[in-house]
Write a protein that binds this ligand. Structure first.
Ligand code: NAD
Length: 421
């Protein structure tokens, strides 16, 4: 494989996963680098005026993995430790995810190396606007459409959209998705990812013959994805017995109060301070027995060591890349049937409803929430059915099946279009 600037454990993980699929699909050696390496990667420096009048410099990235199926599509992450390798890996995963859901997009991802919690509101706005301004030559509604990810939200998307629109001289809502409703955002986008995670967890519970009202769940991460997953699961009686974020971890086998947790996190921005009872070491939390374990925070939290000690029935991957390839091998060897709903299927609700938002913005014709959610569930159901059937037919893991479908679609599009010139 090509020696490149894309390095680090997260990119290596995306590469290793692709090699498994390439072997499985017998993809010729000379096409593997072409499939893996991004079409474009943009690195920008962002001088930002801080509240005390200093100028601080931040590094921003955008990676467009491939454009064979349509514009690149993917979130923008504001997090302290990101680098180009991690962003590239996330863009690669977006490609397989969009293709699995049959969306007319290639994979993209971007981000800024910053802890957004350390910024004042005006500093966050200045940084967000400068990032979009630097990206204008490289993005567009038919080139690359951004969305929220870790550390960004609807407000950041509104600033992105406004900045892009100011330069065009007209409002261009279709440049980003995940905007506030009322500025071109769609109903249902905010809860789409978590709703999808819960929806597919119910499918898996059903497949394992576990009634939701008797089931328990543990969730890591309580931001957009984690909190909406918790609410979605609770709506059908699943008991949340454990939850954590960057600031705290709680465990109570009698059940935690989801509404109170959501209210607390909404008020303070984190779980710390919710309770002095029921605290647990964050890593220990993930080892507790439960039916559904939903990692909804960062990559690589389930490593081989943790995989050996897991006591859950289902892993619902709300986060991108939470399970390492070594952990996947351990799970396969354990042979006790932990049912994995792989990230590119499990958290696809976000990009599916982002696609609906883009379509609505292009047409300037908006749908009801019921219509959005109904179409979302049908789309997830189609992918679920294909993945489960493929895993059974080929005798492979759900992850291999899901990735095989996604990779195959990208390969077909690339082959049909041919190599230019
Ligand atoms: P967010 O910023 O809203 O929330 C992130 C949460 O993770 C926060 O609660 C934070 O405290 C927690 N966290 C961070 N580091 C942690 C750690 N080391 N241990 C425990 N908790 C930690 O982000 P989000 O949008 O909810 O995204 C979460 C994950 O879901 C990411 O992997 C993201 O790529 C993925 N994802 C998000 C969407 C979406 O629509 N937002 C769609 C698909 C996938």
């Amino acid at each position: 494989m090509l020696n490149s600037l894309f390095t680090g454990p997260v990119f290596e993980m995306a590469r290793d996963q692709l090699l498994v699929i390439a072997d499985h699909l017998s993809i010729p050696e000379d096409q593997r680098d072409w499939l893996l390496y991004p079409k474009r990667a943009i690195v920008v420096t962002l001088p930002v005026r801080m509240e005390d009048n200093r100028t601080e410099l931040f590094i921003g990235y955008r990676v467009q993995h491939h454009l064979a199926l349509g514009p690149a599509k993917g979130g923008t992450r504001f997090a302290a430790n990101i680098d180009i390798g991690e962003i590239a890996a996330l863009a690669v995963w977006m490609s397989w995810k969009c293709a699995l859901a049959d969306l007319p997009f290639g994979g993209g991802k971007g981000g800024v190396a910053v802890d957004p919690r350390a910024l004042k509101p005006k500093e966050l706005e200045n940084l967000s606007r400068r990032y979009m301004q630097e990206m204008i030559p490289f993005v567009g509604p038919r080139t690359d459409v951004m969305a929220p990810d870790m550390g960004t939200n609807e407000q950041v998307m509104a600033w992105f959209m406004d900045t892009y629109s100011m330069y065009q001289g007209v409002t261009v809502p279709e440049i980003v998705t995940g905007k506030p409703v009322g500025t071109g955002g769609t109903l249902g986008r905010r809860e789409a990812t978590g709703h999808g995670v819960a929806f597919l967890a119910f499918r898996a519970l059903d497949a394992l013959d576990i009634a939701p009202a008797t089931a328990t769940a543990i969730i890591q991460g309580f931001g957009n994805v984690g909190s909406h997953t918790a609410m979605g699961l609770a709506a059908r009686g699943v008991k949340l017995i454990g939850v954590s974020d960057h600031s705290a971890a709680y465990y109570d086998p009698k059940g935690l109060d989801v509404k109170a947790l959501v209210a607390h996190a909404g008020r303070t921005g984190e779980l710390a301070g919710y309770s002095s009872q029921a605290t647990i070491a964050p890593r220990m939390l993930l080892e507790q027995p439960c039916d559904v374990l939903a990692p909804c925070a960062v990559e690589r939290v389930i490593d081989a060591d943790l995989a050996r000690r897991l006591r859950c029935r289902i892993i619902a991957e709300g986060a991108n890349g939470p399970t390492t390839p070594e952990a996947d091998r351990v799970l396969a060897e354990r042979n006790d049937g932990i049912f994995v709903i792989p990230d590119i299927l499990c958290n696809a609700g976000g990009v599916i409803v982002s696609y609906f938002e883009w379509v609505q913005d292009l047409q300037q014709y908006f749908w009801s929430r019921d219509e959005v959610m109904d179409r979302l569930e049908r789309a997830l159901d189609r992918s679920w059915t294909m993945v489960v059937a493929r895993a059974k037919r080929d005798g492979v893991s759900n992850r291999t099946a899901a990735m095989a479908i996604g990779v195959e679609r990208v390969v077909k599009a690339k082959q049909a279009r041919g190599l230019f010139p």
